[in-house]
Design a protein around this ligand. Structure first.
Ligand SMILES: Cc1cc2nc3c(=O)[nH]c(=O)nc-3n(C[C@H](O)[C@H](O)[C@H](O)COP(=O)(O)OP(=O)(O)OC[C@H]3O[C@@H](n4cnc5c(N)ncnc54)[C@H](O)[C@@H]3O)c2cc1C
Length: 435
């Protein structure tokens, strides 16, 4: 006979993994969530930046339509319409090396019609480079992305930028198997799976506020500013959580989901083997003196991908241009001012011809944010250090983008991991093992 599910679940960590678990559990049982920071959202949240005098996201986030758990979460919360999309698998690109602008429209179906004509393909690509995709789909656990790619413009202009931004790890060390999973769920399924989506008015309005509203309606408790400093265990079960405001007793019929970053998880539970190497992401935000809009495909997409320089993705908001630089450990020694100037030059080159109002000649007010541990380094070695949701402590489950989701560190992985933890504790959840 299986045991009844716990009467209360305590969730440590209010990032998207913890929120996903809380949202799923709240209609089923009592939920208490503890978040160390002043607000929930973790690495996917918005905040007001005083220097720029506007709200920004701590990092630009791009989602693809092949993120089923993310859309399920948003639909449950009634928040899908807080995202925007060009409505097609449309990706504008600009090559800084040779000043070439082009775009990819992957269509809707599985058949890659875009490959049939040199006008719709990646410029300069040779069809034999497509073997790189097959190699990624068949990659073993020890292979890195560079082992799989066939040199050429398809790799340089599409697969490498895709790899670096999806894995947040360079192609010489990034896991080919993890990238293969992304390819299997996106490019291999056709344009319908590759439509880009972004938070229209900030990550918190899409992913955090609707979740907190839902939790309130379900009478769940959310305690921000409450850092859990110790997990007390007796005879294989958690009996208390310690925090600065005193111990929290965990009853025999209660359980815990630990949804904190890997370094914190290993500090609280020394036996947990978790990723211990990380990659940073740099985001540069430029506050424009006047509003500007982009014409044509860039205007429709709301972003542009750059190759051949430092900047990788530029997101266009009304008076803010936000730029992402992934796998950014390599730029750790470059001073922020220098990086801002380099990025400003690159985006001026890429955007000026498509903007309704050209960018100012001198760089405007700007902010550079380095998320030092933005994601775990998605290498084959680190991939082996990812634990599943279930643990040997009977009333404990793990969640977080770093657990064994089969995906790199992503919103989709974080939300999926929350559901896997809920299932591991014996509750109903939308989780089913994929791939
Ligand atoms: C700059 C940047 C850009 C990104 N871009 C993308 C993108 O384009 N697409 C995409 O899908 N993903 C992207 N990601 C990844 C995505 O943001 C993460 O995968 C996801 O937000 C991780 O959620 P999480 O809940 O697993 O972890 P976290 O967000 O780290 O949440 C953990 C929470 O635990 C809290 N906590 C820590 N210690 C304690 C404690 N002792 N007690 C209580 N609480 C504690 C933390 O404060 C935090 O709120 C990006 C990440 C960054 C940083």
């Amino acid at each position: 006979m299986s045991l009844p599910p716990p009467a209360r679940v305590h969730i440590i960590g209010g990032g998207l993994a913890g929120l996903s678990a809380a949202v799923e559990l709240a209609p089923q049982t009592q939920v208490r969530l503890y978040e160390a920071g002043p607000s929930c959202g973790g690495r996917a949240r918005s905040y007001y930046d005083r220097a720029l005098e506007t709200e920004i996201d701590n990092g630009n986030h791009l989602l693809l339509s092949a993120n089923p758990y993310t859309f399920r979460y948003l639909d449950l919360l009634g928040a899908r319409d807080t995202l925007r999309t060009p409505g097609a698998a449309l990706f504008p690109w600009y090559d800084l090396r040779d000043g070439l602008a082009w775009h990819l429209n992957l269509g809707r179906g599985r058949v890659p019609y875009w490959l049939l004509s040199p006008h719709t393909r990646v410029p300069g690509m040779r069809l034999r480079e497509m073997a790189g995709l097959r190699n990624l789909l068949r990659a073993g656990p020890g292979e890195v992305v560079a082992d799989c790619l066939v040199p050429g413009e398809f790799s340089r202009r599409l697969l490498e930028p895709l790899a670096v931004s999806a894995l947040n790890t360079d192609i010489d060390s990034g896991s080919a198997q993890l990238l293969g999973t992304i390819v299997r769920r996106t490019l291999a399924k056709g344009g319908k799976a590759c439509q880009p989506w972004m938070a229209a008015r900030g990550l918190s309005r899409s992913f955090v506020t609707p979740a907190l509203d839902w939790l309130k309606r379900c009478h769940a408790e959310v305690h921000t500013g409450q850092r859990i400093t110790e997990i007390v265990r007796e005879k294989g079960r958690i009996t208390a959580l310690n925090s600065a405001s005193g111990p929290i007793r965990i009853g025999r019929d209660e359980a815990v989901i630990l949804a904190v970053p890997p370094v914190v998880a290993s500090a609280l539970l020394p036996e947990v083997e978790a990723p211990d190497a990380f990659e940073s992401i740099v985001n540069a935000h430029f506050r424009l003196p006047v509003s500007t809009r982009a014409k044509g495909v860039v205007g429709k997409a709301g972003f542009v991908g750059l190759v051949g320089g430092m900047a990788e993705w530029v997101f266009l908001h009304d008076r803010v241009l936000s730029v992402t630089v992934s796998a950014a450990n390599r730029f750790a020694d470059i001073p922020s001012e220098v990086m801002l100037n380099m990025i400003w030059e690159e985006i001026s080159q890429a955007l000026n011809s498509v903007l309704t109002t050209p960018l100012p000649l001198t760089r405007p007010r700007a902010r550079l944010i380095r998320e030092k541990r933005a994601t775990f380094a998605a290498t084959p070695l680190q991939a082996r250090r990812r634990p599943g949701a279930a643990t040997s402590t009977v009333n404990l489950a793990l969640a977080g983008d770093w657990t064994d989701t089969g995906l790199p560190s992503t919103i989709e992985g974080a939300i999926q991991s929350g559901l896997a933890a809920v299932a591991a504790l014996g509750f109903r959840s939308g989780y089913s093992k994929q791939d």
